[in-house]
Design a protein around this ligand. Sequence first.
Ligand code: PEP
Ligand code: MG
Length: 296
Amino acid sequence: SRASARAILRRPTASWRGEHIKLLINIQRVADLEHADAQYADGVGLMRTEFLLAGQSDLPDEETQFQAYDAVLRWAEQRPVTIRTFDAGGDKPVPGFTFDGEANPFLGVRGLRLCLARPEIFAVQLRALARAAVRGNLKVMFPMVTSADELEAGRKLFADIVKRLQAEGVAAMLPELGIMVEVPAAALAIGTFKAAFFSIGSNDLAQYVLACDRSNGALAPLLDPLHPAVLELIARTAEHGRRAGIGVSLCGDMASDPRCIPALLNCGLRELSVNASTLAQIKQTIDRLSGGGGLG
Ligand code: PEP
Ligand code: MG
């Protein structure tokens, strides 16, 4: 019932085998924070920023972006908020930004690749994020990272922008910088990345590991995030984080699916980012695995 779901939500986040499990939420736009359950999350684990690019004739300016990021940080108070830089391209074309005519757009110039190819557009977002960083507990992550050089190229652009803003007398700082682990090469070479944190994008990771286009319905039965090859890469990433003392979370859709929770905990994950509408259900799932039985 809704009443017992409420009671579960209000408790501190679940623990499993004596370890605290952090549950954060994914948001697609600022208004998602109005979901009644959002307030019970440990923070925002993934803010997708592509909504800023949709349906506009012009790309969003710095002030528009700053206002959106600042609104989420204000909502979160001191809880962490992880904002992902533009993940355009692939199945998300944006006029004036993405490349046209790619034969294999999912293997094309998307995510961080695209932002590095269009530094003048990326710079506007990085300026807005650098200004937002002084206003709350902001972390920034890059999507679709393949090699450590891309992370370093992004970090350099960001650091230069922070210096320039500070020289202009604008309050700004470099936030903690992490990456999405969603390209198999990144998961396999995880030790090469000097990232402050990792967030596993299991939607794309499964697509690339299993060679199944995530937008092709005919392949849905084969696109199984519980395939042992996908779980192997998740477990390795979690293990690396544990040994190196680097936080690892998972923000793909499987974190919002109760059937996937036992496997994710067994892979060593202790932080998940879920859709707000599934927060109570995922808390209850973890409680039940702990033998608590929940309140339902
Ligand atoms: C993912 O790939 O798992 C992810 C969280 O990002 P998106 O679904 O936006 O690609
Ligand atoms: Mg992705």
